[in-house]
Design a protein around this ligand. Sequence first.
Ligand code: 13P
Ligand code: SF4
Length: 327
Amino acid sequence: MVDNKWEAAGFVTEPVPEGTDMKAEIRRMCSEKNAVIMAHYYTQGEIQDIADFVGDSLALAQQAAKTDADIIVMCGVHFMGETNKILCPDKKVLVPDLNATCSLAESCPPKEFGAFVKAHPGHTVISYVNTTAAIKALTDVVVTSGNALKIVNSLPKDEKIIFGPDRNLGNYINSITGRKMVLWDGACHVHEKFSLERILALKAEHPQAKILVHPECKGPVVKVADKVGSTAALLKFSQEDEATEFIVATESGILHKMQQACPQKTFLPAPPDDSTCACNECNYMKLITMEKLYNCLRYEWPEIKVSKQVAEKAVKCINRMLDLSAQ
Ligand code: 13P
Ligand code: SF4
């Protein structure tokens, strides 16, 4: 996805001048422009290190809702920038590379999801935060991996629910709650790639290691977990648990914070099914580089835009999530 208005205007960012102290310049521009840098745990280590706030998708939304900065630079994927913009319509929200989309969000096109909703009258629509603004506009309540169980449990037992787009997270919640939510058939290309066989082989080599699993992974991988949770929940568990070795089945960027928080512990990335590729990396998150962050602050571009009509609908289901999460 590109920002056509800027492309049409022939706008090209210049290379970072040689000898620039990018870290110092990024911090200087943040102070000058009253900008805040937020980063997801899956971004590159140096991006996490320069950010004002690093978190999971829930914490990033909560932080955006209360920031008094004029500019939010969201170092993460497009839907995270959209969520911030929807919560803060009067602020400038920048994402350093608009090509940083999300395979899970893309697995749920609005036209098809709209038809799916129509085909299930009387159902409450719950959408994972990894969705486009257009999907949120069709949603009753948003959830993240950090609060999905709590929010589903807060609804009456007999409530009919559509859950989208992640079939793995939906199946996990159905298995825990005994509900029969109707699931959209979407998934994340990174989390679906973890190999149960290779995780068990790694466990055999490290029998003391605890297995940490994000609920976007497939059911058989979730089943062998010692802890299932959002990135923030897995990070917290790794800090608080007495184990000193962990096999981590989520995007490998989280290992940066885990290792920083507990330098004496060992964190092993769970292997994907293809040993020849870095499939446990989210190629979209890794598009965010220091150079793009620098240019993004310098030019205040690319900016996230959400139409007023979509934002007015979408904000209700995001606020409902923030309210239910706080209870
Ligand atoms: P968290 O909600 O754990 O931050 O996960 C977001 C995500 O994109 C997982 O792939
Ligand atoms: Fe989307 Fe998967 Fe990347 Fe998370 S890891 S941002 S779900 S593509």
